[in-house]
Design a protein around this ligand. Structure first.
Ligand code: NDP
Length: 264
């Protein structure tokens, strides 16, 4: 076996990444193998990476910030957002990237309009708001509690809690929370959602693998919708490109990785 890769997370048993990457190695005829590693203590990420003899890794919840600190060299965007989901070893040094945000940007590329409402202010919202802002989108952040909004405010985003928000027209409303992942709950009060969804052009959820109450509500208003599957797929394709030193293009990698979504 030439190269070994892994995903680190906690939990990690549900992750589709091993299937996505292994199908792509097989499809492209590359000698590579991708496993999964349940990492409980994120501070041990670097030593665990080296002790497993890995060439590269993906990092999922809750270790993206630990991954940022584990790297020797950071891509400028990963440096800016403080979160790394892809690590590649080059000559003994760990290089860190964030592929979640460019994957997300590509996933929403089909929708027109630049005025976006984010529901949620967690780690995923941080990285994706930064890339949308870089690309000229106008992003407003609406979150259940005030605590996480301060960081966004410092970066110049308009921020509201449910108490201060005034409904208005957006091109795109995106559920960036984990509401709807485990329990069937909406990411914001129904009266707020019913005031903004009818005025929007489309609704997106970063959750994948199920139809969330948010997307169900959007469909009730006949809005075009999209879940988080393409975001997951595209971040994987971009990460794979880094793993193999960009010897294959995005479009060459995509069809093999996409096959992982044929499995339940
Ligand atoms: P975080 O834990 O960092 O943030 C969670 C956010 O959700 C906070 O803003 C929190 O609000 C809000 N929230 C949680 N529960 C509720 C609720 N019941 N009602 C309203 N708001 C709620 O999570 P992440 O940013 O890491 O992940 C967010 C989502 O993104 C997850 O569902 C995850 O699965 C998904 N994701 C999808 C990816 C993909 O490839 N498709 C990639 C990465 C993540 P508060 O501040 O008030 O607590």
């Amino acid at each position: 076996m030439k190269y070994i890769f892994s995903i680190f997370g906690n939990p990690v048993s549900h992750s589709k990444s091993p299937l996505m990457h292994n199908l792509t190695f097989k499809g492209l005829g590359i000698e590579g193998c991708y496993g999964r590693y349940l990492l409980e203590d994120g501070t041990t990420l670097r030593e665990t990476f080296f002790s497993l003899g890995l060439k590269g890794a993906n990092i999922t919840v809750p270790h993206k910030e630990h991954a940022y600190h584990a790297c020797d060299v950071l891509d400028p965007f990963a440096q800016k957002v403080g979160a790394v989901n892809t690590i590649v070893r080059h000559e003994g040094k760990l290089h860190g990237y964030n592929t979640d945000a460019p994957g997300f940007l590509r996933a929403i590329g089909e929708f027109v309009g630049r005025k976006v409402l984010f529901l949620g202010a967690g780690g995923t919202a941080q990285a994706t708001a930064a890339i949308l802002s870089d690309e000229g989108y106008e992003v407003m952040i609406l979150n259940r509690s005030a605590g996480r909004l301060e960081k966004f405010r410092e970066q110049g985003f308009a921020c509201h809690t449910f108490e201060t928000f005034e409904p208005q027209a957006f091109d795109l409303i995106i559920n960036m929370t984990s509401a709807g992942l485990e329990e069937d709950v909406l990411p914001a009060p129904l009266e707020i959602l019913e005031a903004v969804i009818p005025q929007t052009k489309a609704c997106v959820d970063v959750i994948y693998g199920k139809e969330t109450p948010f997307l169900k509500l959007a469909k009730k208003y006949d809005k075009p919708t999209k879940d988080g599957a393409d975001m997951l797929l595209y971040q994987g394709v971009i990460a794979f490109g880094y793993f193999i030193d960009n010897t294959y293009t995005f479009d060459e990698i995509l069809p093999y990785m996409k096959k992982a979504f044929d499995f339940n």
